[in-house]
Write a protein that binds this ligand. Structure first.
Ligand code: THU
Length: 134
């Protein structure tokens, strides 16, 4: 799986985004260590707080199907039909990713035309995780 293909799968997943309140549509494609890709989109709710981000949709789909180790995620987002240059994962999604992903987990942000690779430790430094509870 190439980085570019993962970005393209995130764009595809974004088409299913349900965002009638914000009109901000996000897609994600998460690569499992098995080689399988799990896609997700944001799913909003009239109660606002039950809204689920694209990254968490992808991760929860993966975990619910038995995959627990991951190498990379691609994220794209933007208002209406337009893709923004950059859509960074929210803090909650960074924390949820940290439950299953190591610091060197790769996070691809941007568009298929122009994207950059980051690591989870870069986006979530000094994180609190399962090791702290031992
Ligand atoms: N959103 C995501 O799906 N992922 C992010 O990383 C940022 C925000 C969604 C949540 C909400 O449906 C909309 O974008 C506006 O915040």
């Amino acid at each position: 799986m190439t980085d570019l293909k993962l970005m393209e799968l995130a764009v595809e997943a974004r088409k299913n985004s349900y965002a009638p309140y914000s009109d901000f549509h996000v897609g994600a494609a998460l690569l499992g260590k098995s080689g399988r890709v799990y896609t997700g989109c944001n799913v909003e709710n009239a109660g606002y707080t039950p809204t689920n981000c694209a990254e968490r949709t992808a991760l929860f789909k993966a975990v619910s199907e038995g995959e627990r180790e991951f190498t990379a995620i691609a994220v794209v987002g933007g208002k209406g039909a337009e893709l923004a240059e950059f859509c960074a994962p929210c803090g909650v999604c960074r924390q949820v990713l940290a439950e299953f992903c190591d610091g060197d987990f790769r996070i691809l942000l941007g568009t298929p035309e122009k994207y950059s690779a980051h690591t989870l430790s870069e986006l979530l430094p000094y994180s609190f995780g399962k090791a702290d509870l031992k």
